[in-house]
Write a protein that binds this ligand. Structure first.
Ligand SMILES: *Cc1c(COP(=O)(O)O)cnc(C)c1O
Length: 469
């Protein structure tokens, strides 16, 4: 392709993109396709000869687009949001065009230095002390794996890297049932093993880890000759938004010199609003904190910030320097590939820079506060609506509800399916203490109060249909 054709296609895509976003409300939120239909629309063998770009783009519209679930749809109330503010899309377009590799300072100084500045802007924005630095990772899963690897090596005085785990003391890591499955996977990949991920029971409406039970578990493990390595806490668990009492956990951690990682992948964005910070009080004493600006804040996927108190412990765990990666630049430079698991790194800081400048923190706070207020108002309406009950109270903009006790799990699941087949809104289910509940979170960047109002009508209308059938 010549670059004039590139420019023409890029302009066409931009025009189409603006129209796509302006008409999103007319599309069903969740893809309404049958499994296999898109796979079968693709030729079974790759083309031998090149095809014209117009034909390729036409197939995007005809084949791929109908099979997309529209995560930027204003009535996306499922899972957690994956917001992409238009400014962050523009930044990603520039990153796509320049396509730099940002593993070392030398391989793109701007990427490294903007990243250092953006991590510090975000640190200030969410109210963490200046003892924290950090790096932008691709995902919370990678950040958690980095934290668990650091936990492991720190507990073994960095012997695991050299010697492997056999012959080392048995390491133990503690968390509640409410943490994300990325924690289980980090425990598998780090060689610590699922049997050594100790589940601490939860207490109270926030489903926080019981700090007394945590202390007992740690002490019992030490008495049994095992080696506690760290604790993983959550602020805003995926199922119902569970929040550990991090300050209480830190008491135990500090008494036994344990490394503490906080998974606030979703809820971390809300900490730009000071009034929500009591949810993670104590996080300022943790060793590692991850939150995903690519969820609620509006920085297009992928963009996950890991804040760390002791980058040397992380670097000692992850860094490796073969000759071809050695640079001659001065000592004060940072090579961020030493702070993360993959070597290659995208220029992720650019979209944060664009996003924060375009909205200002006040503009971002306003959106998040609206989402929380609208979600909580909907929760109150459903509480008084006959036939419904609230299962878990709102944590920020997430609550769960269900059809009242005369209804089975299957009927609740059928309602979720009916709602998502209808297409006007999209939401998902979870299990709360073994019982099916319907999750509702408000967080899409362009969502309005009227969209949440629509959700109320869709939910009550489709629930009533069940009563008639
Ligand atoms: C989304 C989420 C994750 C996983 O995030 P990725 O960036 O997709 O790896 C982990 N923990 C929590 C609490 C989450 O909400």
């Amino acid at each position: 392709m010549d670059w004039n054709s590139f420019a023409r296609h890029a302009r066409d895509i931009a025009d189409w993109g603006a129209d796509y976003h302006q008409t999103l409300r007319d599309r069903p939120v969740r893809a309404q396709t049958k499994p296999g239909s898109i796979f079968n629309a693709l030729p079974a063998t790759p083309p031998e000869q090149g095809e014209p770009m117009d034909a390729i783009l036409q197939d995007f519209h005809d084949i791929a687009l109908p099979g997309l679930t529209h995560w930027q749809h204003p009535r996306f109330f499922a899972y957690f949001p994956a917001n992409a503010a238009p400014e962050s899309m523009l930044a990603e377009f520039l990153t796509t065009i320049t396509a730099p590799q940002c593993m070392l300072w030398q391989t793109s100084p701007a990427a490294t230095e903007i990243e250092t500045r953006m991590v510090d802007w975000m640190r200030q924005a969410i109210g963490l002390p200046d003892a924290f630095t950090g790096a932008i990772q691709d995902s919370a899963s990678s950040a958690t794996l980095s934290a668990v690897m650091t936990m492991r090596e720190r507990a073994l005085d960095w012997a695991g890297k050299e010697q492997g785990l056999s012959g080392q003391p048995v390491l133990r890591v503690y968390c509640s049932q409410e943490v994300h499955t990325s924690i289980d996977r980090a425990i598998w990949f780090s060689g610590i093993g699922q049997d050594n991920l100790v589940r601490i029971p939860t207490t109270g409406p926030r489903r926080a880890m019981d700090a007394g039970a945590l202390r007992q578990a740690v002490e019992a493990d030490i008495a049994a000759g095992m080696k506690p390595a760290g604790i993983i806490t959550c602020t805003g668990g995926t199922s119902t938004g569970a929040c550990d009492d991090i300050a209480a956990v830190m008491e135990v951690a500090e008494a036994h010199d344990l490394y503490v990682h906080v998974d606030a992948a979703w809820a971390g964005s809300a900490m730009i609003c000071p009034e929500f910070r009591d949810l993670w009080a104590g996080a300022e004493r943790a060793d590692s904190i991850v939150f995903n600006p690519h969820k609620w804040l509006g920085a297009q996927f992928d963009c996950s910030i890991q804040f760390i108190r002791d980058p040397d412990a992380l670097r000692k765990t992850l860094a490796i320097q073969p000759e071809y990666l050695k640079t001659t630049a001065e000592d004060e430079i940072i090579n961020y590939s030493e702070w993360s698991i993959p070597l290659g790194r995208r220029f992720r800081a650019l979209k944060l820079w664009f996003l924060i400048r375009a909205y200002g923190l006040e503009g971002l706070r306003m959106r998040l506060r609206n989402h929380v207020a609208w979600s909580q108002a909907l929760c109150e309406r459903l509480r008084t609506e006959p036939g419904f009950e609230i299962v878990t109270e709102p944590v920020l903009s997430l609550f769960t509800f269900r059809l009242d006790a005369t209804h089975s799990d299957a009927q609740n699941q059928a309602l979720v399916d009916r709602i998502n087949d209808d297409g006007r809104i999209y939401l998902t289910q979870t299990l709360v203490d073994g019982t099916k509940a319907i999750r509702f979170q408000v967080g899409q960047f362009d969502c309005t109060e009227a969209d949440v109002e629509t959700a109320f009508h869709v939910i009550t209308e489709l629930a009533a249909e069940d009563a008639l059938s």
